[in-house]
Design a protein around this ligand. Structure first.
Ligand SMILES: [Zn+2]
Length: 310
């Protein structure tokens, strides 16, 4: 019997990660290619879909839906990325790009929202009705769930907590503002500030390994922790989430990040209990699995609305 499966694609700033996933969220095959920019990034998405469609045939699987997620300003209805600065994309129809390869319904969404949804259904936020999930990588974006409903905002743009100011008049952010959370507290921000301070190149992960012996690493990390504490204190007071989940590359630092942030938050909130703080359980798979969940939904809708044979 031919088993049905879903195609899931996560278009990141550096890598297009894709997978074939079954209905229970199990990954059956994976593929990764460098993203590139502009047209090349679209070609990378097409290549990922082509590769995994062939792989699905080889495994005797029938693809029934596809989900593709990216950063930027997304029109989910139309399946279009209106703008994504890291990818050099303006008005790119991801639905058309993937639909040119596989003849299945294609759902398009935002990577951070997809990651939050996956952690909610399958990971660290399972069963929670009030939580914030942060995707922490090159930048920071969040998915906010209040009373069991994800907040999307008046125009779908809620959750840009990476660009909330933590230092008025602080360092400049590529978004044009100053003092944004992600300038200090993202993986990209930590690496950039370490280079500025020390003249040496290191990834955020390497900065963590240098904490005990490199004052510049210690300074940059303490600044990142302080920025997280300021931001999470505000979140806790505005929304009173029961849980905050940190996902993405920087969250892999684990207790090196969570420990001092937890302590700082307990000190900052003098009269309110801080939310529980957890690292994502799906790790860097979260957005891909979120894309698979979207694919499953669009496949179900297509099945329900297709004409019945008599
Ligand atoms: Zn910003």
């Amino acid at each position: 019997m031919i088993r049905s499966a879903l195609l899931a694609i996560d278009v990141g700033g550096t890598t297009v990660k894709s997978a074939i996933v079954d209905e229970s969220g199990r990954v059956l095959a994976r593929h990764s290619v460098p993203t590139g920019r502009g047209e090349a990034a679209q070609a990378a998405v097409r290549d990922a879909a082509t590769h995994l469609a062939a792989r699905a045939r080889h495994l005797g699987l029938s693809l029934v839906g596809a989900g593709v997620v990216s950063p930027g300003i997304i029109d989910r209805e139309q399946g279009v990325v209106h703008y994504a600065s890291n990818l050099d994309w303006a008005d790119v129809s991801l639905r058309a790009v993937v639909g040119s390869v596989v003849d299945v319904p294609v759902a398009v969404g935002h990577d951070a929202q997809a990651a939050g949804e996956a952690e909610w259904s399958l990971g660290a936020a399972r069963g929670s009705r009030d939580f914030i999930h942060f995707s922490v990588g090159t930048g920071i974006a969040a998915s906010i769930v209040v009373a069991g409903t994800r907040i999307s905002g008046s125009a779908g743009g809620a959750g840009e907590l990476g660009h909330t100011p933590v230092h008025p008049g602080g360092e400049k952010c590529p978004c044009g503002q100053r003092g944004c959370l992600e300038v200090y507290a993202s993986g990209g921000g930590v690496a950039r500030r370490y280079f500025t301070l020390s003249g040496r190149t290191a990834t955020a992960r390497e900065v963590v390994q240098l904490l005990d012996r490199d004052p510049a690493a210690r300074q940059v990390w303490d600044d990142a922790v302080a920025a997280w504490v300021t931001s999470l204190a505000t979140c806790a007071l505005v929304l009173e989430p029961e849980l905050v989940v940190l996902g993405g590359g920087l969250a892999q630092a684990g207790e090196a990040l969570l420990g001092p942030v937890r302590d700082g938050l307990a000190r900052a909130l003098t009269w309110r209990s801080p939310p529980a703080l957890r690292v994502s359980t799906l790790g860097t798979d979260a957005a891909t699995l979120g894309a698979a969940l979207m694919a499953a939904r669009v496949a179900r809708v297509a099945t329900a609305s297709s004409p019945v044979d008599h």
